[in-house]
Design a protein around this ligand. Structure first.
Ligand code: GLU
Length: 550
C-alpha cells in the first residue's frame, strides 16, 4: 500500500506539519520536579463538584512544585456544548479562587502553549493524523452506522467482544483503489488507529492514585478523527497533553478503561506518556436507601458548583472540605496547625484513596464552621455582605449601615484557642446577630423555669441600676453573683449542685434573665461585650421592656 499517497488523498490541502508543531511547542523550562497540570472541561454549561475536586489536585500539584496549572477547553463535541459554557467554567474556578497560570479566557487566552480551545486546533490534530496515515498507523474507515450496528449484532450473537477489531476491522486492509472510489463518491469517513495490540497482553501501569496495576492491551482500531475532521477525546488528549507539556494528567477514573488506547497512541507517536492520577468518584449515602451511590445531577443539588455560593458556603470552606476528602492526613495536620493557610499543607497523591470519596454535607458544615471561626471579623463581614447583597438585600442594608458596628459584633469570641463556631453558612449570620438590630429584635421573654416573674423583675431592675457599659466580663459576673445571693440563688453553680434544696437556682439562671432581656433568647455571645456594643441606653431600654412585659 502506498501510504504516502493515501495521506495526500486524505489531507490534500493540509499545510501544517508535525515538525512545525513540535517546534512551536518547545519543552517547558521549569525547575526539576515541577508538575504541569491542566483542567480540561467540556463547555456543557454544568460544572460539578467532581470538576473542582480534580482541579484542586491539579492546582496543588502544580503550585506546590513550582509548575504550571492551565485551562484547556475541550469543545470537540458540538452536541454537548452550550452557549456561555466557557463563561460558566471560568466563573466557577474564579469563584473558588483556583488561579490558572495560562489557558483559555473569555476573550482570548494567556500563555504560549495554545490555542487552548480544542476547536481552534483542528489543523494540529490533522497534521499528526496525516503522519500516522503516512506511516501506515492509521487508515480511513467508510463504515456506515448500519454496518456498525450489524457488526454489533453479530458480535452479540457470537458472544464476542464488541468493537472494531480483527475480522471486524473491515477497512483496515482495503486496497487503495477501493478507498479512492469511496473518496471520489464523497462518502463520509472517519480515521482509525491501526492497533497492533492484543487482549492476550497486559500493560503495566503505575497510577499516582490507584497504584500499580496491569491493564489489558487495546486491540480495537479506535476512531481518532471523526468525519467532521475533529479528533476524538483519545487523540486530542494525547496530542494536547504532549505538546502543552502536561506531565501529570489528573482525571476521573472513568478514563481508566481507555488508558490502554492512550498509552498505545503515545507509543505510536514516539512520545513518553505523562503520569496519570485517576481520581475516584464522589459518592454519598443515599437518604432513602442508606447505601452508597454516586452523586447524581438529577437527585443531588450539591453536585452543582453553583449550589455552594447560592447556599452561602464560603469558597474556602468547600476547598478545605475537599482537601479532607483528598488527603487522609489533612484533618490531623489542620488540628496541629489551625492558623496556617490550607496551601501550606503538603498535599500528596500518595494519601489519596483509590476508592470512592464519601461526600457528606454535614461534615462540610462542620468544616465550614471551623474555617469561618478562624477568619477575621473583617473577612466575615466582607463575605457575608457579598452574600447578603445578592440574597437578602433587606438584611444587607441593616448589616452594612454601620460596618464598624457589625464588625464589632462579629469580633466577639473570635481569635484565641477556642473561637466561637456559630456560623457555617452566610445564611447563619442573620439569625446569629439579628437581635443587635432594633428593627429585627423580636424578643422571646420566656423565663427559665425556676425563676419567678417577681424575681426576674428584681434581677432586671437591680441590674439596670448598676449597669456600666464599660465593665469587663468578669466585673459583670461579679454583679450577677451579688444579685443572685441577694435573691436566694447560689452565687456558684457548684454550691447549687451540692445543695439544690437550699437555693431557688443559681447565678446562671440570674444571668440568663439578663441575657433574655438583651438578646431576646437564651443563647448569645458574651453578654458584657454585646451590651458594650449596644450602649447603655439601648441596654436599659431592653431591660425595662422585659421588666414591663412579664
Ligand atoms: N474533557 C474531559 C472531561 O470533561 C476531560 C478529561 C481529562 O481531564 O482528560 O471529562
Amino acid at each position: 500500500m502506498d501510504y504516502e499517497r493515501l495521506a495526500q488523498l486524505l489531507f490534500p490541502k493540509l499545510e501544517a506539519t508535525p515538525e512545525e508543531m513540535i517546534a512551536r511547542y518547545p519543552a517547558r523550562q521549569l525547575p526539576e520536579g515541577a508538575r504541569v497540570t491542566r483542567m480540561a472541561p467540556s463547555p456543557t454549561g454544568f460544572m460539578h463538584l467532581g470538576n473542582l475536586y480534580g482541579a484542586l489536585v491539579d492546582e496543588r500539584l502544580a503550585h506546590q512544585s513550582g509548575g504550571v496549572f492551565y485551562l484547556r477547553i475541550e469543545d470537540t463535541d458540538k452536541k454537548r456544548e452550550v452557549e456561555g459554557g466557557v463563561a460558566t467554567i471560568l466563573d466557577a474556578f474564579t469563584s473558588f479562587g483556583l488561579p490558572f497560570d495560562e489557558g483559555a479566557g473569555l476573550d482570548g487566552e494567556t500563555g504560549s502553549y495554545g490555542p487552548y480551545r480544542q476547536s481552534l486546533r483542528a489543523e494540529i490534530y490533522q497534521a499528526f493524523v496525516k503522519k500516522l496515515v503516512r506511516e501506515g498507523q492509521a487508515y480511513p474507515c467508510f463504515c456506515t452506522e448500519e454496518e456498525l450496528a450489524q457488526m454489533r449484532e453479530a458480535q452479540e450473537q457470537n458472544k464476542e467482544n464488541f468493537g472494531y477489531y480483527g475480522k471486524y476491522a473491515i477497512w483496515r486492509d482495503r486496497p487503495l483503489e477501493e478507498i479512492e472510489a469511496e473518496l471520489a463518491k464523497g462518502t463520509p469517513y472517519v480515521v482509525r488507529f491501526r492497533s497492533q495490540g492484543s487482549i492476550e497482553n497486559k500493560v503495566r501501569h503505575e497510577d499516582l492514585v490507584k497504584g500499580k496495576m496491569e491493564v489489558t492491551e487495546n486491540d480495537q482500531d479506535v476512531v481518532i478523527l471523526k468525519s467532521d475532521g475533529i479528533p476524538t477525546y483519545h487523540f486530542a488528549h494525547v496530542i494536547d497533553d504532549h505538546l502543552m507539556g502536561t506531565n501529570v494528567v489528573v482525571r476521573g477514573e472513568e478514563w481508566l478503561a481507555t488508558l490502554p488506547v492512550h498509552l498505545q497512541l503515545f507509543r505510536a507517536l514516539g512520545w513518553k506518556p505523562p503520569k496519570y492520577a485517576h481520581t475516584a468518584q464522589l459518592m454519598k449515602i443515599d437518604e432513602e436507601t442508606g447505601s452508597k451511590r454516586k452523586l447524581s445531577k438529577r437527585k443531588d443539588p450539591e453536585l452543582a458548583l453553583t449550589f455552594y455560593a447560592q447556599q452561602g458556603y464560603p469558597a474556602s470552606s468547600v476547598l478545605e472540605y475537599l482537601m479532607t476528602l483528598l488527603n487522609s492526613n489533612f484533618e490531623e495536620w489542620r488540628r496541629a496547625n489551625p492558623d496556617l493557610p490550607m496551601n501550606d499543607f503538603p498535599f500528596s497523591t500518595k494519601k489519596m484513596s483509590g476508592s470512592g470519596a464519601l461526600f457528606d454535607i454535614d461534615k462540610l458544615k462542620d468544616v465550614s464552621k471551623n474555617v469561618i471561626s478562624r477568619m477575621s471579623a473583617e473577612a466575615v463581614y466582607e463575605q457575608a455582605a457579598v452574600w447578603a447583597v445578592k440574597n437578602d438585600p433587606e438584611f444587607h442594608a441593616l448589616f452594612t449601615r454601620d460596618p464598624s458596628y457589625s464588625k464589632a459584633i462579629l469580633a466577639i469570641g473570635r481569635g484565641g484557642k477556642k473561637p466561637r463556631k456559630d456560623i457555617a453558612l452566610w445564611t447563619d449570620v442573620k439569625p446569629y446577630l439579628d437581635f443587635m438590630f432594633d428593627e429585627l429584635f423580636t424578643p422571646d421573654h420566656t423565663l427559665p423555669e425556676n425563676v419567678s416573674a417577681e424575681d426576674a423583675r428584681s434581677i432586671l431592675t437591680t441590674f439596670a441600676a448598676q449597669f456600666n457599659e464599660n465593665d469587663t466580663p468578669d466585673e459583670f459576673f461579679v454583679k450577677m453573683k451579688t444579685i443572685a445571693e441577694q435573691l436566694g440563688y447560689a452565687p456558684e453553680t457548684k454550691l447549687f449542685k451540692k445543695d439544690p434544696e437550699q437555693y431557688k437556682g443559681h447565678v446562671g439562671d440570674v444571668s440568663m434573665v439578663v441575657r433574655i432581656a438583651i438578646a431576646g433568647r437564651q443563647n448569645a455571645p458574651d453578654l458584657q461585650s454585646v451590651m458594650h456594643i449596644l450602649g447603655a441606653e439601648r441596654v436599659k431600654e431592653r431591660l425595662q421592656r422585659m421588666a414591663d412585659s412579664i
